[in-house]
Design a protein around this ligand. Structure first.
Ligand code: COA
Length: 163
């Protein structure tokens, strides 16, 4: 898809290899990808939006067509403001489907110009989630196979402070 902009939304609290796999694959398909740290009002986050943006930026330095920002509002409005053609989401398992389907339909209703595209998560990331990473870290487990080395310290510092 040429001259096209896609957005990759999520809480990213924190970003994991699962998210990065989706972001990098989207970056190979679209001219520009905007990763947007958005808020799910039902969740309590461990990192501020700015901290989450900074962590993602550290992980995507090799992808010049990927930008990162935070946004506190409706994703459909953000997509319209950016002229995005697509919202890219990763699907891990059937359990993700109902929730994602509901969000996709709602976003389509709010902004008919934007399509939601689902990419299947790579097999090795099927079980991964940000909460799982935080839980393992808080119990002294090794999270180096779930998140890039460049953000390992940022995560451990926060988890240890919160303990
Ligand atoms: N690989 C591994 N894990 C993944 C993943 C992937 N490819 N994609 C998502 N996950 C995990 C995340 O880490 C997260 O784990 P957690 O629950 O332990 O934190 C979980 O799956 C859900 O992630 P996400 O897709 O980021 O959903 P979310 O509910 O955290 O965030 C928003 C959803 C922020 C995109 C959505 O609420 C939104 O658009 N908010 C803006 C306001 C709005 O427009 N609301 C109306 C929406 S219709």
């Amino acid at each position: 898809m040429k001259n096209s902009i896609a957005i990759c939304p999520g809480s990213f609290d924190p970003v994991t290899f699962g998210h990065l796999d989706i972001i990098c694959r989207a970056a190979n398909m679209f001219d520009k990808v905007i990763v947007v740290v958005a808020s799910n009002k039902n969740k309590t986050n461990s990192f501020t939006p700015q901290e989450r943006v900074e962590m993602i930026k550290k992980c995507i330095v090799d992808h010049p067509n990927v930008e990162v920002e935070s946004f506190d509002g409706l994703l459909a409005d953000f997509a319209a403001r950016k002229g995005a053609k697509a919202i890219i989401k990763g699907l891990r398992a059937m359990s993700d489907f109902e929730y994602e389907f509901q969000m996709a339909l709602t976003n389509k209703k709010l902004n008919p110009e934007v399509e939601t595209l689902f990419l299947t998560t790579s097999a090795e990331n099927m079980y991964l989630s940000s909460s799982m990473v935080k839980q393992i870290a808080s119990m002294g487990g090794d999270i180096s196979s779930f998140v890039p080395k460049v953000i390992l310290e940022d995560i451990l510092k926060r988890i240890n402070v919160n303990k």
